[in-house]
Design a protein. Structure first.
Length: 361
């Protein structure tokens, strides 16, 4: 079964094909109106969403398909204690493809291991959000025509912002990317992204705190919301929530060709006055999200026989040797879930949980 759990499940060539397919959908929407006739998408959303869920549903309707699902875990049997594994098995009987969002890190991976239909990770806690990355990539591609040699500033909550983690993973496979990581010290990029992606791929990067001082060097500025729901200490959130506001003054210091992206929702980190700046592309980015999700649904449904299930062969795994202590990991709540770790760096003895990618040793 073919799934999209992590953005690197797709090769660079597959990503290119997907982007081209989205461009064709934009050009010739009528060609696609019946492509998913009699097919059903299940949207299983255990966490709030506007863009991701509605763009998935709009995407399926525009392909002539149907949608079932829930937008709130409280209305599902999860409140009765049903596991993600059982939910995935059941929904496999009712739909052709699943898009799932959960606050638990690794939930979509567990679903994919138990599903007989393709599973798409629509966000798993603060871990990953690969389909937002697809929307980001399509927006950059339409605007810049390439990913190579771009200087990309990522600003805000780089610790809990799952869209940032997936975007960096995607960009790590292109040439000459420079990352300018702009965040308060407390919200710096997590160790797994730095140590497993940025450093081994030899990506050029700097970590800084000031947006204004760095904006003039950027081709792309990716703003993010401080992720209130992921903080364990609300005092810390209160202290950090107004860390960055992109306003007209800062935009005046930015290059004329720089583009501003934001996965949205925005709280106050981009002034509404910036919206009319032609460089502000975040609303177009949300529309691109629908087109790329159409392309994604088509791809996964047409490749049902291809296997991208978590590669047990390609990873050096340790079964039940270490226990994951991340309270947000799916392994804390899922019944009888095997504790599996992967060795990511033998030399430095770095071992991570396969579900949430936090260190287990
Ligand atoms: C993002 C998310 O859910 O992670 N939103 C989205 O899907 N467009 C970003 C966010 O919530 O800040």
């Amino acid at each position: 079964m073919n799934h999209l759990i992590d953005i690197t499940d797709f090769s660079v060539e597959e990503l290119k094909d997907l982007l081209d397919s989205a461009l064709d959908i934009i050009k010739n929407p009528e060609k696609y109106q019946e492509k998913c006739k009699h097919k059903k998408l299940a949207t299983l959303f255990f966490e709030p969403s506007t863009r991701t869920r509605l763009s998935f549903e709009a995407a399926m309707y525009e392909l002539g398909g149907n949608v079932i699902g829930f937008s709130d875990g409280a209305s599902s049997s999860a409140t009765k204690g049903e596991s993600i594994a059982d939910t995935a098995k059941i929904v496999s009987n009712y739909a052709d493809i699943i898009a799932m969002r959960s606050p638990k890190e690794g939930a979509a991976l567990v679903a994919s291991l138990n599903s007989s239909i393709p599973v798409i990770n629509a966000g798993d806690g603060g871990h990953c959000h690969p389909t937002q990355t697809l929307a980001d990539l399509l927006t950059i591609y339409r605007e810049k025509g390439t990913f190579d040699n771009l200087t990309v500033g990522l600003c805000g909550d780089l610790k809990y912002g799952r869209t940032v983690h997936s975007l960096i993973a995607a960009l790590s496979r292109y040439k000459g990317i420079k990352l300018v990581l702009i965040s308060p010290k407390e919200l710096r990029i997590p160790a797994n992204v730095l140590e497993d992606i940025i450093i081994p791929n030899k990506m050029e990067y700097i970590e800084v705190e000031n947006l204004e001082e760095n904006i003039s060097n950027l081709d792309v500025l990716y703003m993010t919301r401080i992720q209130r729901e992921r903080f364990t200490d609300m005092n810390e959130y209160e202290r950090l929530k107004n860390s960055y506001v992109l306003d007209v003054n800062k935009m005046n210091k930015a290059p004329s060709k720089m583009i501003v992206l934001h996965p949205l929702p925005r709280v106050n980190e981009i002034s509404v006055k910036v919206d009319s700046d032609p460089r502000a592309l975040y609303f177009k980015q949300a529309l691109n999200g629908k087109y790329i999700r159409m392309a994604l649904i088509l791809k996964l449904l047409s490749e049902k026989d291809k296997v991208t299930k978590f590669s047990f062969e390609n990873n050096k795994l340790l079964y039940n040797k270490y226990k994951c202590n991340n309270p947000k990991c799916i392994c804390q709540t899922e019944q009888e879930l095997e504790q599996i770790s992967k060795i990511v760096d033998e030399k430095n003895n770095v071992v991570r949980c396969i579900y949430c990618e936090q260190r287990t040793n």
